[in-house]
Every structure is written in C-alpha cells, then in structure tokens.
Design a protein around this ligand. Structure first.
Ligand code: ZN
Length: 168
C-alpha cells in the first residue's frame, strides 16, 4: 500500500458537511488507503477523530484515537450505535469548525458495531470520552455538526465567533 497522505479538511459551510453519507457495500484496498490518509490527516491537525465527509468523501467511514498520539487508533466502516445511556455535558471542538468550541450533551455509554479494514464485524461497548468521539463522528455521517446540538442562543454566539474570529 502507498504511504499515507494528508488531505485538506473541509470546513463549514461546505455543503458536504450537511449531507448524509452512504454506507459501504464492500471495502476495497482504496477504501483502506483513504482510512489511513484520514488518520494521517487527523494526527497532523491534532484531532482525536475524523469522518470521511470532512475530507470530501460522503461515505460512512470514521477514524479516531481516543488516547491521542500515544494510544490505539481505530478505523470503522459503517459504524452503528445502539442502546445509548447516561448523559454528560462536555467540551467539543471540530476540525471543520476551527477556532471555536462548545459544550455538548452526549450519552456516556453505548453499544457499537462496525466493520474493520478486513471487513470483519466488530462489536464493542464504549464509554466516556471514546463514546463522545463516536457520537460526534457518526453525527458527521448524518450531516450533523456539534453546534447543531447546542441551544439556539449559544449556537448564535458560537457561529458569530466562527465568522468573526476577532469578537472572541
Ligand atoms: Zn467534527
């Protein structure tokens, strides 16, 4: 396989960020190459997660590294979550909304299935910060940004700051 390459991250208001991504019917070598390019991009941008629409591909693929550079990294095709439980407010940022961050209510526990790079089905139970990343990235596959999940008045302040960085 060729060496992983960085890809430019799409930022709001790129319309692909508001588009529902399509599932994979099969996973090819070029799909895996894309996943490794996404990890390379995520690390370069200092992120802990990245979804394919953020690099211009409207497919259901996410990558993440909940322990950041020192930990294990994950590639998930067709990720699905079920049985979400618990709730916690916590800070989130997004590589597609540079310069701002906000508090988002997320579930603290979830059950999760996805396909790995070999097309094998994974089943996991995920908690805490990892669960927050998974919810944030799956939202990207459904055309949802974290700012869509903060209340209207806070979203207004965040988006004004996004469009006019000097007001911060
Ligand atoms: Zn994001």
């Amino acid at each position: 396989m060729k060496k992983a390459e960085r890809i430019e991250v799409r930022v709001f208001p790129d319309p692909i960020l508001k588009t529902v991504a399509k599932p994979y019917a099969a996973i090819t070598e070029s799909d895996c190459k894309l996943a490794y390019d996404m990890l390379e991009t995520m690390y370069y941008e200092d992120g802990v997660g990245l979804a394919a629409p953020q690099i211009g591909v409207s497919k259901r693929l996410i990558v993440c590294a909940p322990q950041q550079k020192n930990g294990k990294e994950y590639i998930f095709f067709n990720p699905k979550m079920t049985n979400l439980s618990g709730q916690e407010l916590g800070p989130e940022g997004c590589l597609s909304l540079p310069g701002i961050s906000g508090e988002v209510l997320r579930s603290t526990h979830l059950e999760f299935t996805a396909l790995d790079v070999d097309g094998k089905e994974l089943q996991m139970e995920i908690d805490g910060f990892f669960a927050r990343i998974i919810q944030h990235e799956i939202d990207h596959l459904d055309g949802i940004l974290y700012v869509d999940r903060v209340n209207f008045s806070k979203r207004k302040i965040l988006m004004e700051a996004y469009h006019n960085p000097r007001v911060l």
